[in-house]
Write a protein of this length. Structure first.
Length: 275
C-alpha cells in the first residue's frame, strides 16, 4: 500500500463519492499547449489568477450507488489505483461496474484488475475498437499526437497495448460488457455522451442525483478554463476542431453553470465548479 496516495470523499446529493489518486506531477502550463499559444495562455492565467506551475493529476472517481460501486475508468494497471482503493478499505472485487470513457492506457490499462465488474462502454466504441480499420485509425491518431511528447519506445508500447485492447481484450470480455447507446441511462442517473476530439472514442459521463448534476469530463479538459476558451485545445488532443465542438456540447449540458465537474487530470481532487 502506498501511503503517499491521496483519496477524497464527498457527498453528491445522496450519493457518496470517492476520488482515488493514482499519481500526479507538476509542470509549466505553457508545456501543455502549442508554443504559439504561450503568451496567450500566460496572459489568461494571469487574468483569472490561475497558476502557471500546475499539478496534473491521474484521478479516478468512484460512485457508491444503491445499485453498486461504480468506478469510472481503470487507471494504468500499475497497482497504484488498487492501493488507493485499499486506503478506503475497498478491494477490486468490490467494484460492480467499471465505466471506460476512452481507450488511452491510463483509462483502460487496469481493466483486468476488477474481475467482478460489469464493464460499461459505448457500443460505438466497442465497434470502433474491434474493427481492424477503425482501430488502426484510432491508434495512428493517438500516436501522431503523442509522439511529439513521449519517447518512441513508449509510444510503441502504447500502440501495442491499444492493439491488444481492441483485438483481444474486448472480445475476451464480451460476456461482462454492458454496451450502451449515446445518452442511454445505464444505471439510475448515469449516462454517457460522446465528446470526440481528445480521441475519436472519447466520452464523458453525466451523473444526476436528485436535483444535482455532475459532469465527469475524463480527458475532455486538463484545465477548467478550457471550458470557456475552446480555442485552447491542449497538445494531448488529436483533433482540435472536433474538441472545440465537444466543449460546446459539454457547456450545453450546463447552461446555468451549476453542475459539479470532475476531470481525470485536473489537480487533486479533480473537482471544480463554475458558480
Amino acid at each position: 500500500m502506498n501511503p503517499e496516495l491521496r483519496t477524497h470523499r464527498f457527498q453528491f446529493d445522496n450519493t457518496t463519492c470517492i476520488v482515488l489518486e493514482e499519481e500526479h506531477f507538476t509542470t509549466d502550463i505553457s508545456k501543455e499547449f502549442d508554443p504559439i499559444l504561450k503568451s496567450d495562455i500566460l496572459a489568461l492565467c494571469h487574468s483569472i489568477d490561475y497558476p502557471t506551475q500546475v499539478e496534473i493529476g491521474f484521478n479516478y472517481l468512484l460512485l457508491k450507488t444503491e445499485d453498486g460501486n461504480v468506478l469510472i475508468d481503470a487507471g494504468k494497471g500499475n497497482g497504484k489505483l488498487l492501493d488507493a482503493l485499499a486506503l478506503e478499505d475497498l478491494k477490486p472485487d468490490d467494484i460492480d461496474y467499471l465505466v471506460i470513457t476512452h481507450a488511452d492506457n491510463d483509462h483502460m490499462g487496469g481493466i483486468h484488475s476488477f474481475p467482478n465488474s460489469k464493464i460499461v462502454m459505448p457500443k460505438k466504441c466497442y465497434d470502433m475498437w474491434t474493427s481492424d480499420v477503425a482501430r488502426n485509425i484510432l491508434i495512428k491518431d493517438a500516436y501522431t499526437t503523442l509522439v511529439r511528447l513521449f519517447p518512441e519506445d513508449s509510444m510503441q508500447r502504447s500502440n501495442a497495448s491499444k492493439e491488444k485492447y481492441g483485438a483481444e481484450t474486448l472480445p475476451s470480455l464480451q460476456t461482462r460488457l454492458l454496451l450502451v447507446k449515446d445518452d442511454e441511462e445505464f444505471l439510475p442517473g448515469l449516462k454517457m455522451f460522446p465528446t470526440p476530439g481528445h480521441r475519436g472514442d472519447h466520452y464523458c459521463v453525466e451523473v444526476k442525483s436528485g436535483d444535482e448534476k455532475m459532469l465527469v469530463l475524463a480527458d475532455a479538459v486538463r484545465h477548467p478554463f478550457q471550458l470557456d476558451h475552446s480555442a485552447f485545445s491542449s497538445l494531448f488532443d488529436c483533433h482540435p476542431e472536433e474538441w472545440a465542438q465537444s466543449i460546446k456540447r459539454i457547456n450545453e449540458r450546463d447552461p446555468r453553470k451549476k453542475a459539479l465537474y470532475f476531470g481525470t487530470h485536473i489537480s487533486f481532487p479533480g473537482l471544480f465548479s463554475r458558480k
